[in-house]
Design a protein around this ligand. Structure first.
Ligand SMILES: Nc1ncnc2c1ncn2[C@@H]1O[C@H](COP(=O)(O)OP(=O)(O)OP(=O)(O)O)[C@@H](O)[C@H]1O
Ligand SMILES: [Mg+2]
Length: 406
């Protein structure tokens, strides 16, 4: 057995950041998430994502947000440095980020370059961090806003790099994350390309238009509008009419106070709401946004902030199940006149994912999404109304951060 030194010591900063990176940055998709969330927090109106080599080789996210002042650049990559959280504010979090952990974590395990030009500044500055080594910021050319480029993910932690999957499946996960983020912020223009192929390029638009743009008109037309409130809670969005189902639950997107989340409470409530409507083994499609007072929800319970804790989970479930059941009771297209965003169609849109032989002729061939076949979606099967015993363990499994199409 190895001898254990008997003195307690503080770990060096780079090592601390690498440890943090193990939780926050488990794969390229997590880099996409952190960079885009920063751009959204910076009030970007347009965000451009470019993924290369599955995001392991390179991820670039450019925004036209408020930028980072030259003096603040070194702070942006310092641990626990954030512009977003006031002292003592942990119960009133209104930004997507708040820990000041993402950029130092990325800088500790990859080659990070931040080029930023605050609105009104004369020129941009670039700061590089490689494997935890921070270089001095230098003047650079750049548009107003911020561009962050991450290359050679995990080059500094080769053991970690071995846990990555194939380039194709990392690309799929990163692309799915980009789609998830684009759905959470339809008012922001989003472009995403992977190895030079444009996956989507959408202007600022309504949620309905964003769904149509990302999923295709056939899927969009099989959705009904959902809109309900319960006290201070408000649920809105779109979910499957009973006729639109898929072989996996991967097409279920939840947004809580603007934050894209993988939320067992919402996921389970969705399943319960559709229990009598959707055949066994099939899953509804949903893009649902929950808004509630910030003090009603704790976002500081998960390293990637993708799971939440509600002060009143029963109220959230009741709202969700009630709203969906009410929407489902309405005929397709009649769903909620004031909010119906999709044209009703004469015939219900049956969609088959190809795994079940249809008993009727397939009138509406499912459009291929403009994305390549993604990895199997994360399985989640707790008993209704119960949280998994170990949400963290569950969430840190491969693919936990993404919910990919089937
Ligand atoms: N795209 C951007 N535009 C403007 N400022 C940015 C951008 N990205 C990062 N920053 C600045 O850098 C700081 C550090 O970013 P980082 O993501 O590490 O932490 P955070 O967003 O504050 O918290 P979290 O770790 O929860 O994401 C931010 O607080 C913000 O001030
Ligand atoms: Mg952040």
């Amino acid at each position: 057995m190895a001898m254990m030194p008997d003195r307690i010591r503080l770990l060096p900063e780079t090592l601390v950041n690498r440890i943090a990176a193990g939780e926050v940055i488990e794969r390229p998709a997590a880099v996409v998430k952190e960079l885009v969330e920063n751009a959204l927090d910076a009030r970007a109106r347009r965000i451009e994502i470019a993924i290369e080599g599955g995001g392991i080789a390179r991820i670039a996210v450019a925004d036209d947000g408020i930028g980072i002042a030259a003096d603040d650049l070194p702070l942006a990559v310092a641990r626990h440095a954030t512009s977003k959280l006031g002292d003592d504010q942990l119960i009133r979090i209104t930004t997507l980020g708040f820990r000041g952990e993402a950029l130092p974590s990325i800088g500790a395990v990859a080659r990070l370059a931040i080029t930023s030009r605050p609105r009104g500044a004369e020129h941009a500055m670039t700061l590089r961090v490689e494997g935890g080594q921070v270089f001095a910021a230098i003047p650079a050319a750049g548009r107003e806003g911020t561009e962050i480029v991450v290359r050679d993910l995990f080059f500094a932690t080769p053991a970690r790099r071995k846990f990555l999957k194939s380039i194709r499946s990392e690309a799929d996960a990163a692309e799915a994350m980009a789609r998830r983020l684009a759905l959470a912020a339809p008012a922001v223009a989003f472009r995403c390309e992977s190895d030079g192929r444009v996956l989507f390029d959408r202007p600022a638009e309504t949620l309905a238009a964003r769904i149509t743009g990302l999923f295709g008109a056939n899927t969009a037309e099989g959705l009904i509008a959902v809109e309900a409130t319960r006290g201070a809670l408000r649920l809105s969005g779109f979910a499957s009419a009973a006729t639109l189902t898929r072989a996996s639950g991967g097409w279920q997107y939840f947004i809580v106070n603007g934050r894209p989340v993988v939320d067992p409470v919402l996921r389970t409530a969705l399943r319960v709401a559709y229990r009598d409507v959707v055949p066994a083994g099939r899953h509804p499609v949903a893009v649902l946004s929950l808004e509630l007072p910030v003090e009603e929800v704790d976002v500081n319970v998960h390293p990637a902030k993708s799971e939440l804790r509600y002060r009143d989970p029963d109220g959230v479930r009741a709202l969700m199940i009630g709203a969906l059941r009410a929407a489902l009771a309405m005929p397709l297209g009649a769903g909620a006149a004031p909010h119906a965003a999709f044209r009703p169609r004469a015939q219900p849109a049956y969609e088959f994912a190809g795994d079940v032989a249809p008993t009727k002729p397939m009138h509406f061939a499912e459009p291929r999404l403009p994305f390549a076949a993604p990895p199997a979606a994360r399985r989640f099967d707790p008993a209704p109304f119960s949280l998994p015993a170990t949400p963290h363990a569950e969430a840190s499994g491969a693919g936990a951060l993404v919910s990919a199409p089937e």
